[in-house]
Design a protein around this ligand. Sequence first.
Ligand SMILES: C[S@@+](CC[C@H](N)C(=O)[O-])C[C@H]1O[C@@H](n2cnc3c(N)ncnc32)[C@H](O)[C@@H]1O
Length: 219
Amino acid sequence: MIVNERVTAYINSLGKEYTPELMKLEKYALENQVPIIRKETQALLKFLLTTRQPKQILEVGTAIGFSALFMSEYSSHDCKITTIEKVEMRLVEARKNLVNQAFSKRDKISLLEGEALEILQELEAKKMTYDFIFLDAAKAQYMNFLPYLLNLLQAGGILLTDNVLQDGMIINSRYGIKRRDRTIHSRMREFLYAITHMDELETVILPTGDGVAISYKVK
Ligand SMILES: C[S@@+](CC[C@H](N)C(=O)[O-])C[C@H]1O[C@@H](n2cnc3c(N)ncnc32)[C@H](O)[C@@H]1O
């Protein structure tokens, strides 16, 4: 947690309750160590969906479908959501949740199964475009995804990237990071430098949840 735990708990206590079905799925995820978006990030996502009203959302990293179902609940009725996941253990749960009748807006969601890098290339080849992209997958791969995401994101669209501050570890020098985490650390720094310095994007980084970057595609 980057922001003081009590401050975060206080902010979260001000949030409105979500639907009982989403709360049940969140509880299941937390009890089963499924990494889903934190409460603070949920509030930010809901705010962005309400204010931006995207019509075509692409999510990279479905896990068991929590954030996709969350977005289906809080996006406009004519919004379509495409979400990508590759891990079978997660897909088993995602497939079940995404057809669960308890989630009344689930028909907005299409699940694409496989390696995101390959699927992004296929979507690009099909000339698909999106006005909102939620990037929430393997952090070390964000930099590899970026060229495709830039082509898939419409001008005026938003790229929301989760887990960018690695619980604050991002500020440590390379030598302050455990050897096994060094690649992720340097790849994330590279990604953050890229999205904050390229002409195509205007980016703000916030210490929300595990750190989020909100990038607006200028051109
Ligand atoms: C943090 S979880 C996603 C959580 C989800 N967005 C939510 O909040 O409910 C990240 C997911 O991305 C998937 N993932 C990671 N790298 C991937 C890749 N290269 N292709 C497809 N899925 C990937 C993982 O299997 C994992 O389920």
